[in-house]
Design a protein around this ligand. Sequence first.
Ligand code: FAD
Length: 493
Amino acid sequence: MRAAIELADAGSVLVIAKDSLRESSSEYAQGGIAAALNDDDRIELHEQDTIYAGDGLCNVSAVHALVEEAPAAIQDLIGWGAEFDREGEGKGSKLVFAREGAHSRNRVLHAHGDSTGHEIARTLYQKAASIPAIRFETYSAVVDLLHGDDGVTGAVALEESSGELRDIRTRAVLLATGGLGCVYRETTNPAVATGDGVAMAWRVGAEVSNLEFVQFHPTALHLEGAPRFLLSEAMRGEGAVLRNKNGEAFMERYHEMRDLAPRDVVSRAIVAEMKRTGSPHVWLDLTARGEKFIHERFPRIYETCLGLGLDLGREAAPVHPAAHYAMGGVRTDLEGRTSVEGLYAAGEVACSGVHGANRLASNSLLEGLVFGARAGRAMRGQRGVSGTQAGRSKWAAPDVTASELRELTWTHCGILRDRAGLQSAIDAMAGMGAIEVESPTLRAIELRNIYELAQLIAKSALWREESRGAHYRTDFPEKRAEFERDSSFRMQG
Ligand SMILES: Cc1cc2nc3c(=O)[nH]c(=O)nc-3n(C[C@H](O)[C@H](O)[C@H](O)COP(=O)(O)OP(=O)(O)OC[C@H]3O[C@@H](n4cnc5c(N)ncnc54)[C@H](O)[C@@H]3O)c2cc1C
């Protein structure tokens, strides 16, 4: 949406979404968006924190662009009507900045307490919808990219209502398809996050990078039968404490930053405590702040939990880690260009280099804004490529169910990995047969994408014989200098 706003000057822009425009990770983002706008903050500090979290793999130029352009990106949003939370009345009111894990300053803006993503998405949609050159098409899934000898020439879309496939010819295509959490059994992501953009780009020969780096959010609600609703890191920023089965606040045994340690450290600590105490989850306890505070500061979380029979003012919530964010994706330069002519990517689908091996909380909404705008500007100059049109790729879906694949990925490519497990996952997937599909459905399209992504994640994780950032190998628990580089895969042939 941010790219479309920037691109609209250059011609007509079509924004396609496979569900309603609202159904996206952006819509559900709670905690906030980071920018060095607070009086005691500096761009260099935001840069340092981002690079520290990235554990040796950030592209420093990309990080610099991200943090330097953050304040203006926020000001643009405010100018278009975004209402971030403020303190004080009227003209003298000031933006409120929260603290999140691994940030050295309070620099996270939020809106309506815990509805930051919704507010940003609402503002961008409102702005984009006011520009006549931008059209929207919903419930239309992009299945594949059209490509000729010289690059991408458009996309193939599946219209949900008619089941028809349709070619869309364009001068350029931007992938903004979000994350891949639904490759895993446990995820905080909405059902649309099936990694479609990475799989499509892979199929036309684009370079994909760092797919082994999947961030597992430590605190997804773990109630029987309920969705894995996210309990934002900002709750720990406001004093929530993780406790084990015996009520012990265990994080001080794992990291000096205790409950605000980097996410991967917290996720592994939770897994260790669950194992040690023989419990299917741990607890997140914010009761010390009282019901009134929790209700005001986290209205959406409070109400959702209450609807599930859990009163956060009085009791701790059962929590368990879940796949949350993909640091890797389609490799791009700083203008969102992929390695295939005419194809761009921005947001979670891209690997722009800003997150390295681990993402600093609240940097991803920001990445979408900054690199979305950059990609939109770069696309203005795209002339369209010529070349013979390649036919649509043949339709075959793997002979497996999505839940079997998700179980396999969760077990072998999850929080703790090792060579034997990764190799067994790769072998199991290689042994799965394929079924010819006459006319593909959305479910078959997603299944094929999940299958391709699961293989890419397993192969990337097997290649990286070290532990770094969010990638943890029990057989290689240390960082190794020879792996201080990005993983990179391209379709062969
Ligand atoms: C519960 C939750 C909380 C989070 N909290 C925060 C936070 O507080 N701060 C932060 O910075 N980040 C947060 N994140 C991460 C952040 O929300 C995402 O990284 C970011 O919103 C991704 O934006 P995006 O535009 O790349 O993708 P999305 O916002 O997910 O949008 C992708 C869009 O592409 C569409 N799409 C996908 N595949 C296809 C296809 N084949 N054809 C057509 N359309 C398709 C989807 O339907 C969707 O509309 C959170 C994530 C989750 C899940």
